[in-house]
Ligand binder design. Structure first.
Ligand SMILES: [Zn+2]
Length: 244
């Protein structure tokens, strides 16, 4: 399938989606050309779901950057918290930058089904994001208990509580898994910005890219629908959006 056809399927749900490879290429060029920083001095941190598909579909050009530091747990929420953010902030070269890519993920199959992907060697599709779909199923069945956060399934319980707080919005939406993913994005975006504001960096810039990461079938690859592209100049503390 040609790239144009693949994008056609994904853009039915996410009109500004690009292949993850293209969006990373653009970002690396931006850091080099606009910020005048050698990509080898950029520390990448990602806050994306632990799902193996995200390792399988990880863009190889990311290896030109330092890292990645892995902040995300289930569906990309930054579960490593302040300690994680502080840790990699202290690993960045002084003349360099921090680049944080974050967001939930969702599957779109090449037949256009949202919330699923066809994984390598499997005849049947499986859930993507499994955690978001699991929490949504419990939400629909009224099985999420307010305030229930256990040690054995801590991350999942946090996702469940997130959806419970936006129950009506999700269940009345035309596409509940799409909407649940938007809700999770908003929670991740809010938390990442809070973590950034409470962390000290000893480098030149913090680059924030918030997105919905869209996985597809093995032969389709992955896509990115960018929602935030901010650069914080740490010398002036000014923030500028570069989202087109
Ligand atoms: Zn997931």
């Amino acid at each position: 399938m040609r790239k144009r056809e693949k994008l056609g399927i994904i853009r039915n749900y996410y009109p500004n989606a690009m292949t993850t490879i293209d969006s990373l290429n653009k970002l690396v060029d931006f850091i080099d050309d606009e910020l005048d920083i050698d990509p080898s001095n950029v520390m990448l941190a990602d806050s994306i779901c632990s799902d193996d598909v995200n390792s399988i579909q990880y863009p190889s050009r990311a290896l030109e950057l330092l890292g990645p530091f892995k902040m995300g747990g289930l569906d990309g929420f930054p579960f490593t918290g302040l300690t994680g953010m502080g840790a990699f902030a202290s690993h960045v070269p002084n003349d360099g930058a921090v680049f944080i890519y974050y967001g939930p993920h969702i599957g779109v199959t090449k037949t256009g089904i949202i919330g699923e992907i066809n994984r390598h060697g499997q005849t049947k599709n499986s859930s993507c994001c499994g955690a978001a779909k699991g929490a949504l199923k419990k939400l629909m069945a009224n099985e999420i208990i307010e305030g229930n956060i256990s040690e054995i399934d801590y991350q999942m319980n946090i996702i469940e509580q997130m959806l419970l707080r936006q129950k009506d919005r999700i269940l009345t939406a035309p596409n509940p898994i799409f909407e649940a993913t938007e809700v999770i994005y908003e929670a991740i975006d809010e938390r990442i910005n809070e973590l950034v504001s409470r962390t000290e960096y000893h480098c030149k810039y913090v680059v924030l890219v918030g997105a919905i990461l869209i996985n597809s079938d093995t032969d389709m690859g992955s896509f990115t629908s960018t929602k935030r592209f901010d650069v914080i100049d740490l010398e002036t503390n000014k923030r500028k959006s570069f989202l087109e």
